[in-house]
Design a protein around this ligand. Structure first.
Ligand code: TMP
Ligand code: ASP
Length: 243
């Protein structure tokens, strides 16, 4: 299998074709990047941890009625997924102000938002994944208005389900990024991954603004104890999912 030519290599995952054209194999890597790959490193064990967390969350969402690309995991760092055409949008939901929202608006870090904020970024590394306005989104024609309505509805439902789930883990879901794809039946399904690489997760039992960080911000900000934070997220997710 591993001798097959890669279909695509991203910053955190590699995609391989399989014998079945409807199924792809994703290998989750330990590589970590930040700031559009200006910062590079490795987080030992991250591939397996993120794959395991993403698999658990995809299965949880499927049970809640959200269609995803998840099929199964042949190994801890490998996921078989349905082949989709990825819509080149990064859909970000924020429940609490952090990261680029604070940098760009001056809102204080940690401010609880009155309602979830949904943002679209263009998935284009060469352009630095710019934030899109509604009009730019329709100008680029990346999705029909019907498809965008579906994405928005799915995203808000996913946010509610994930907030509820992470609450069981004593984790606050600050914000996260989703990607969607179009499957062989033209249905929009959740794709990519949901993991500490793509979410901001704060330990609800910690009040210290640095100690509570359980996600890739530990790597972005050189806070140390990255591996153990990822492992703790995995442990809490698996124990909540098995209840
Ligand atoms: P931001 O505050 O840097 O815009 O990030 C918002 C959320 O999106 C955060 O949970 C991290 C996630 N994210 C990604 O998954 N990939 C990215 O390339 C970026 C910039 C953010
Ligand atoms: N994944 C993105 C990158 O490398 C950004 C980030 O997550 O901070 O560049």
């Amino acid at each position: 299998m591993m001798q097959t030519a890669k279909l695509y290599e991203g910053k955190a995952k590699i995609l391989y074709p399989t014998k079945d054209p409807q199924i792809l194999l994703t290998i989750y890597k330990d590589d970590a990047t930040a700031f559009n790959a200006q910062k590079k490193g490795q987080i030992t064990g991250k591939g397996a941890i993120n794959c395991t967390i993403a698999a658990a969350l995809f299965q949880y969402l499927e049970k809640a009625g959200i269609p995803t690309h998840y099929i199964d995991c042949p190994e801890v760092n490998q996921m078989r997924v349905k082949a989709v055409t990825i819509i080149p949008l990064e859909v970000v939901v924020r429940n609490i102000a952090a990261g680029s929202l604070c940098r760009q608006t001056g809102l204080p870090q940690g401010k609880v938002l009155p309602k979830p904020l949904l943002e679209y970024y263009l998935k284009d590394d060469a352009l630095g994944d710019p934030l899109l306005t509604r009009d730019r989104l329709s100008l680029l024609n990346l999705a029909s208005s019907e498809q965008l309505a579906t994405i928005e509805e799915m995203t808000l439902k996913i946010n509610q389900h994930l907030q509820d789930f992470f609450k069981l883990c004593n984790i606050i879901l600050v914000d996260f990024k989703l990607e969607f794809g179009i499957d062989a039946t033209n249905q929009i399904i959740l794709a990519d991954e949901i993991s500490p690489d793509t979410c901001r997760l704060w330990d609800s039992r910690e009040t210290d603004p640095q100690a509570r960080i359980m996600d890739k911000d530990r790597f972005r900000q050189d806070l140390g104890q990255i591996e153990s934070a990822y492992q703790t997220v995995q442990e809490r997710v698996l124990s909540a999912i098995n209840h």
